[in-house]
Design a protein around this ligand. Structure first.
Ligand code: FES
Length: 90
């Protein structure tokens, strides 16, 4: 039986009907993870609608349960730098 591996951190990106229109957010995080060489530590996971559609796009970081609403690329970059890159070892 092969061993299963799990990421240290997960970026849950809402893929519901409203948030899912903001495909640039998911693409940004995937590219940023790849560029930072963190593919084995951080994973982007699509999640279903969380009933916060008015504030799309919604993103949630785990394991620290940090939620972000109305993300723009600029804000996504800031979140990635502050919550993923700056806390690599956390
Ligand atoms: S579509 Fe994202 S919260 Fe509903």
């Amino acid at each position: 039986m092969s061993a299963v591996s799990f990421p240290k951190k997960s970026i849950f990106v809402c893929d519901g009907s409203k948030c899912g229109k903001h495909k640039e957010i998911k693409k940004y995080f995937k590219d940023a993870i790849k560029d930072a060489g963190l593919k084995d530590q951080v994973e982007v996971i699509k999640m279903e609608c969380t009933d916060r559609c008015k504030h799309a796009p919604i993103v949630c970081l785990q394991p620290h349960n940090e939620w972000f609403a109305e993300l723009t690329i600029w804000k996504a970059r800031q979140v990635f730098e502050e919550q993923i890159l700056a806390k690599k070892g956390v």
